[in-house]
Design a protein around this ligand. Structure first.
Ligand code: FO1
Length: 314
């Protein structure tokens, strides 16, 4: 097992957090760095909300709500309901009472001039995390979704308010051309022995990370395994809108099309045992169970992926 390797994982929220939990079960935390999508972030009710960072943080801290995969276990929404009483304030985005503490503190630190990277470090260390949790960038790069029905929507309006029902036409990463990699992301990737791309939604969760100025070039300069895990099993996504988006973009919902999405970036692909083989001579691939329903599943997928990558050198 890759106990002495530095592993950097690029990931979004719920699906990515499951692989993160599997890796955290088998590897020393100091070897793990998670670079998380912040395209979903937004300011709401005066607070900075970073859903994917919080999902990964709460998952690794074993505090996540197991039914939703995000938010805090056993949380309530008394404050949100009290806010709604005033003048029918929007409550489509369910912010739990305990979860609010995270957003209040983060917003306070940001307003005091701390970077999102520093803020995330303080929050995650306070919750006992030893692995490094890094936002993809310190600049805001909000994901904007062009839809048939409503024109352009901010990410959470598309995802939560409209429950990803609108037909997606295209995606924009606002301000990505002015963005830059943080020194922490740059040095984590430069020192990586293995880079993993979690089974998160490629279009909604990974594309924003890949849109950060300099990230693709940095990945291209690395001479290490860069391996993606399929989020698609037998023509469907485990959770969320991946399959719907692929159809709307005119693509068949196959692992081969997921692998194609990462062309020029990855040199290995973890396919699901239930999928068709990729049939690509130019890309190493393995077929294993990628469905992560239990803690044992998460651990097995992490171990199978790392053992397979280690075998490349043999
Ligand atoms: N997802 C929902 O479907 N409905 C919500 O009301 C909601 C609230 C929420 C609050 C805090 C948080 O960290 C995440 C939250 N999410 C909610 C999840 C989130 O919108 C998405 O899962 C991600 O942005 C997509 O990765």
């Amino acid at each position: 097992m890759a106990l002495d390797k530095n592993i950097v994982v690029l990931l979004g929220g719920v699906g990515g957090a499951k692989l993160a939990a599997g890796l955290a079960q088998i590897l020393p935390a100091r070897r793990l760095t998670f670079v998380v999508n912040t395209g979903d972030d937004f300011w709401h009710l005066g607070l900075k909300i970073c859903p994917d960072l919080d999902t990964v943080m709460y998952t690794l801290a074993r505090m996540v709500n197991p039914d939703w995969g995000w938010g805090l276990q056993g949380d309530s929404v008394v404050t949100l309901e009290a806010l709604h009483r005033f003048y029918g304030l929007d409550t489509w985005f369910r912010l739990g009472d305990k979860d609010l503490a995270t957003h209040i503190l983060r917003s306070q630190l940001l307003r005091c001039g701390r970077s999102l990277t520093e803020t995330t470090r303080r929050l995650s260390e306070s919750l006992g995390l030893e692995a490094a949790l890094l936002p993809m960038s310190d600049q805001e790069i909000p994901t904007m979704i062009e839809t048939v029905e409503y024109g352009e929507l901010a990410f959470q309006e598309y995802f939560v308010k409209h429950r990803w029902r609108p037909v997606l036409k295209s995606i924009r990463h606002a301000g990505c051309e002015r963005s830059s990699l943080s020194s922490q992301v740059r040095s984590a990737l430069s020192g990586a022995d293995i880079v993993l791309i979690a089974p998160s939604n490629p279009w909604l969760s990974l594309a924003p990370i890949l849109a950060v100025n300099g990230l693709r070039d940095l990945l291209a300069s690395l001479d290490v395994p860069i391996v993606a895990v399929t989020p698609v099993i037998r023509g469907a996504a485990v959770k969320g809108p991946t399959a719907k988006i692929m159809s709307e973009l005119g693509q068949d919902v196959t692992a081969a099309n997921i692998a194609d999405f990462y062309t020029g970036i990855i040199n290995g692909f973890v396919n699901d045992i239930q999928n068709e083989p990729l049939g690509r001579g130019d890309l190493r691939s393995i077929q294993v169970n990628t469905l992560m329903n239990t803690e044992a599943d998460k651990r097995s997928l992490a171990a199978a992926t790392l053992n397979w990558i280690e075998s490349w050198g043999a």
